[in-house]
Every structure is written in C-alpha cells, then in structure tokens.
Write a protein that binds this ligand. Structure first.
Ligand code: GAR
Length: 202
C-alpha cells in the first residue's frame, strides 16, 4: 500500500477530502501522517478524529532549511511515498524538493498558470475572468508552476461574490485532489516534456 504525507497550515478541508476518499477506498493509498506548520489548526483535529498521526512542526526560530529538514525527517519516519500539500502556505526549500523530487503534489484554487500565489480566487474575481477553477500539479521550485495533473473549470456567474466563487472552487478541489492522488499513486501517467499524460482508469 502506497503512503501519503499531507502538509497543512489551516482548515484542512482538502485533507478531509483525502481522508474521505481513503475511507471510500478510492484514494489508491493510505495517509501515513499529517503535518502542520501551524499549531492548533482545525486540520490537525480532523487528522486526530480520523485516527491519523498528527504532527505539529512550526518553524520557530529555525531557518527554512532546518525546518524543512525536520519535515523531511518526519515524512521519512512514516515511510511516505507521496507528499500532498493541502493548503500548506509555505515555500519549500530546495533540500525538501530534492528529497521528494517528482513526488510532491499541490492543490491550487485557480486554473494555473493564471493567478498563482495567495488569494487566487480573489485575484481571478477582481480580474473579471468568466471561468476560473482548481488545479492539482506536481511541485517544482517556482511557485505554483509545476506540471499539471488535473484541472476542473468553474464558471464565474455574473452576480458572483468572491465568497460564492471560492466555495464552488473549493468543491472542485475536493473532487480533483483525491482523483489526482490516485492517478499518481497508481502510476497512471506518463511524462511527455512537461505534459502529464494521464491514462484512463477507475
Ligand atoms: C485551498 O483553497 C487550497 O487550494 C489553497 O488553500 C486552501 C486551503 O484550504 N492553497 C493555496 O492557495 C496554495 N497556493 P483547506 O485547508 O481547507 O484545504
């Protein structure tokens, strides 16, 4: 059974989507550990309620590199095959990226490469786009730039608010993240340059 390490910084609704998929037998693997860089966040409670190891690993006074080395140690201790960023709001150091090269996924609330960075839903709404959405991609050194595994488009209604749009995008995230994890864990994809070619499956 392949294993996931999920990194969070807050609410953890995407973590919950992964937990629910695991319970339903549609994740293609098992969550081995949940790590938050912020103490006391709801996502840690979700992990504990699900009976998963939940580790808090704040940066404290450490450098980014030292903090990331500690993270890598926790993930290795739990034999993690794939790292899933689920609202993890910190850039990863080169050492972390190297330790899990090609084995880190992220979910982002826009149709990348449009609107990378924070508050992507608001960026899209303020820009006046007619369609936004959600993206799951492999993580590379540049922020929100790695090869795309899955995307789902979310139309923007004429009378939308950023809150309503964000809620619909979040639902899309919850649909595509577990599916993307399964594709990757089952090896149902091929690299074609920076294109991720996904083959059909369950
Ligand atoms: C999600 O919308 C996720 O896409 C976003 O943070 C939210 C976390 O929600 N991540 C980013 O913006 C990363 N660039 P959650 O904690 O409820 O999963």
């Amino acid at each position: 059974m392949k294993t996931l390490g999920v990194l969070i910084s807050g609410r953890g609704s995407n973590l919950q989507a992964l937990i629910d998929a695991q319970r339903a037998g549609t994740l293609g693997g098992a969550i081995a550990v949940v790590v938050s860089n912020v103490d006391g966040v709801p996502g840690l409670d979700r992990a504990r309620v699900a009976g998963l190891p939940a580790v808090c690993c704040p940066q404290g006074g450490r450098t980014r590199e030292d903090h990331d080395r500690a993270l890598v140690a926790v993930l290795r201790e739990h034999d993690v095959d794939l790292v899933c960023l689920a609202g993890y709001m910190r850039l990863l150091s080169p050492a972390f990226l190297e330790a899990f090269s090609g084995r880190i996924l992220n979910v982002h609330p826009s149709l990348l490469p449009a609107f990378p960075g924070r508050d992507a839903q608001r960026q899209a709404w303020e820009h006046g786009v007619k369609v936004s959405g959600a993206t799951v991609h492999f993580v590379e050194a540049m922020l929100d730039s790695g090869p795309i595994v899955l995307q789902e488009a979310v139309p923007v209604a004429e009378d939308d608010t950023v809150e309503r749009l964000s809620a619909r995008i979040l639902e899309a995230e919850h649909r595509i993240y577990p599916r993307a994890v399964r594709i990757v864990l089952e090896g149902r994809y091929k690299w074609d340059g920076r294109r991720v070619r996904v083959s059909a499956g369950a």
